[in-house]
Design a protein around this ligand. Sequence first.
Ligand code: HEC
Ligand code: HEC
Ligand code: HEC
Ligand code: HEC
Ligand code: HEC
Ligand code: HEC
Ligand code: HEC
Ligand code: HEC
Length: 443
Amino acid sequence: MKRRWMVAVFWLSLLTSLALWLSALLRLNVSSALQQANAQLSEETIKCIQCHQAKGVARVALRDWSQSRHAQVGVGCEECHIPVAKASGITVKLKTACENSSVRRRVSALNCAECHQLQFRQFTEGKHALAWVAMNAIPITSRLPKEIAERGCGGCHNIGRDEGKCDSCHTRHLFSAAEARRAEACQTCHMGFDHPQWEMFSTSKHGTIYLTQGSQWDWTRKLKQWFADMSAPRTPRAPTCAFCHMPDGDHAVKTAWGFLAVRLGEKDKEWERLRNIIFRALGVIDEKGNLTERFKVVAAGKVARLSIEEWQQERNKMIQRCATCHSQSFARETLEQADRIIKEADRLLAEAVQIVESLYRDGILPRPKDRPPVVDLLRFYEVENPIEQRLYIMFLSHRMRTFQGAFHMNPDYLHWYGWAEMRKDLAEIKAEARRLREERKRK
Ligand code: HEC
Ligand code: HEC
Ligand code: HEC
Ligand code: HEC
Ligand code: HEC
Ligand code: HEC
Ligand code: HEC
Ligand code: HEC
């Protein structure tokens, strides 16, 4: 008798675990999700899904969509893949495969805007919306092979292409807010050579806390709610990228200094002198100090801050963010110290620029074929001479790391990958200039 019971229990538990396994498997199956959502889905969407499923087209799209909030609330394929009237740049058109000539692969942010006005408007006011404009505004872009510009720059800058690419942070077709709240959502673009914010953040104290404890935080809660109650057990102890840069989910990202860390209207006279040397090398002012044509393009892309007031507004917002956790004065002092670090970095860069400028002035560097014989930092590595290659690295990698490291509480980037490398660049630029001058004398 006892034995029979044991056998029965054995089989029962085996069957339940099998059933659990099966249901887990089914959860990955689109049709079960489809059945759940079916009531709310449009005829059109059901057609898309049935045919795609039958033909095995883009299975990932179907699976991810079926697990999304959109599927739950009945937002179907055509809401995004049939562009709204005003959408521009929707070039990829599917001719016959989908039996609906208005279906497009590329999705315009204007489609999202039909239902998410607020996020769309904020995004449009922020710097991400200008990423495509800024990329095309600088002289290197037109000199690159088309594919390199399209994928090698555009792979990141497409976040601002046409009306914007909303799947940059909440990837398709899950479109999850929780995913975007995490710091990793920013890392594909904010990493590497000239903007290693991911590396700096993830190895800072803030990032260390995030990486060690973040898995216990409740990412489905909005950032605002998290911090409303600091005593809640699942409240994050440390900030993420979005926490500092998208306060309350504000999609209008913009910082006080920006990428180049330059601003007009400097009150500190010595800094203004250094900055003018850098402005000339960026090609935004001429020899006489007048604004150039390029200035207009750069201003349109909001690449530089045009007044101290504009700068101060963003700074105040950031101090408020820090003050969620720290004291205001601690935050202000930390950031002001980082401002002074920019000035020190500018001093080194300006000296290097002047050395290279003097080589052009004295006719020691050969006259370039297709441009005036002056330093042009926005050509990046599209320059002929090794000394200018070195200057470009000093400007775009090492100066960036110095101040970006300071703003992201990362001493190693600030110092060893930034400042120390700038000193080395300057020493080598000096040595190379000396060598070129001696070579000229011997000729
Ligand atoms: C909330 C908007 C949205 C919804 C709803 C949506 N998509 Fe998409 N889909 C996108 C975006 C954005 C892209 C990327 C487009 C681009 O490259 O610009 C995309 C790309 C695709 C692609 C091409 C990429 C690939 O992986 O092959 C397919 C196929 C696709 N979607 C199918 C579907 C199907 C089928 C549905 C309905 C089950 C659907 N989509 C629902 C936004 C959406
Ligand atoms: C009669 C079948 C059929 C229907 C209905 C259908 N599709 Fe397709 N769709 C296809 C096939 C087949 C492909 C694959 C084409 C390929 O691999 O190049 C495709 C590809 C796509 C792609 C990817 C195209 C690319 O170039 O990457 C998108 C996006 C898409 N369909 C969206 C939709 C949407 C949205 C609907 C509903 C409004 C829909 N489809 C309805 C058959 C269909
Ligand atoms: C037809 C209307 C509609 C369109 C078009 C639409 N959405 Fe949504 N979206 C919704 C609704 C409704 C929700 C659910 C809101 C809620 O949970 O209260 C939602 C939720 C979301 C969420 C939050 C999901 C979560 O994790 O809670 C994101 C992110 C999102 N949408 C992004 C997009 C993007 C990006 C596009 C364009 C590619 C888009 N949506 C297009 C209606 C739409
Ligand atoms: C698809 C690539 C991509 C992703 C993903 C991305 N960004 Fe960006 N981000 C850019 C580009 C490109 C720019 C420069 C745009 C410009 O200024 O023209 C930028 C600019 C910024 C700026 C403005 C800096 C300034 O000039 O003031 C901030 C802040 C920012 N991003 C934060 C974030 C955060 C936070 C995330 C993640 C939640 C994120 N980004 C995700 C590509 C991306
Ligand atoms: C730079 C990364 C990034 C980009 C690009 C982006 N989002 Fe978001 N999005 C986020 C983050 C982070 C959140 C979560 C914010 C929060 O809860 O504080 C979010 C949340 C959302 C939500 C949910 C809001 C809510 O209250 O639940 C919607 C809807 C949304 N985004 C729509 C869009 C649309 C539409 C676009 C394009 C115009 C877009 N997003 C582009 C990062 C991004
Ligand atoms: C503790 C808050 C905080 C966190 C977390 C944070 N940042 Fe920042 N970030 C700042 C501050 C402060 C600045 C400088 C603002 C200024 O110009 O005054 C800044 C500047 C930036 C800039 C402009 C250029 C620069 O680096 O100085 C970008 C882009 C940026 N952050 C992206 C990111 C990304 C991506 C992450 C996550 C990997 C991140 N930040 C994490 C506070 C933060
Ligand atoms: C890995 C992604 C990525 C690639 C590839 C990339 N960028 Fe960027 N770019 C960014 C990010 C992120 C920012 C903002 C960084 C910051 O503010 O610290 C940026 C900033 C810029 C800015 C300054 C925008 C502003 O308003 O401050 C310009 C100009 C620019 N990039 C041009 C280019 C060009 C040209 C190329 C190709 C030669 C390129 N980028 C390649 C991600 C990328
Ligand atoms: C969500 C809360 C939170 C926010 C917001 C926040 N921090 Fe922190 N910060 C912490 C925690 C926790 C630590 C680690 C404990 C400590 O040192 O106080 C820390 C550490 C620091 C440290 C010391 C780092 C070290 O290596 O010792 C500095 C400096 C700092 N934060 C500056 C800032 C600045 C500036 C801002 C705003 C741009 C900011 N924090 C925003 C929570 C936060």
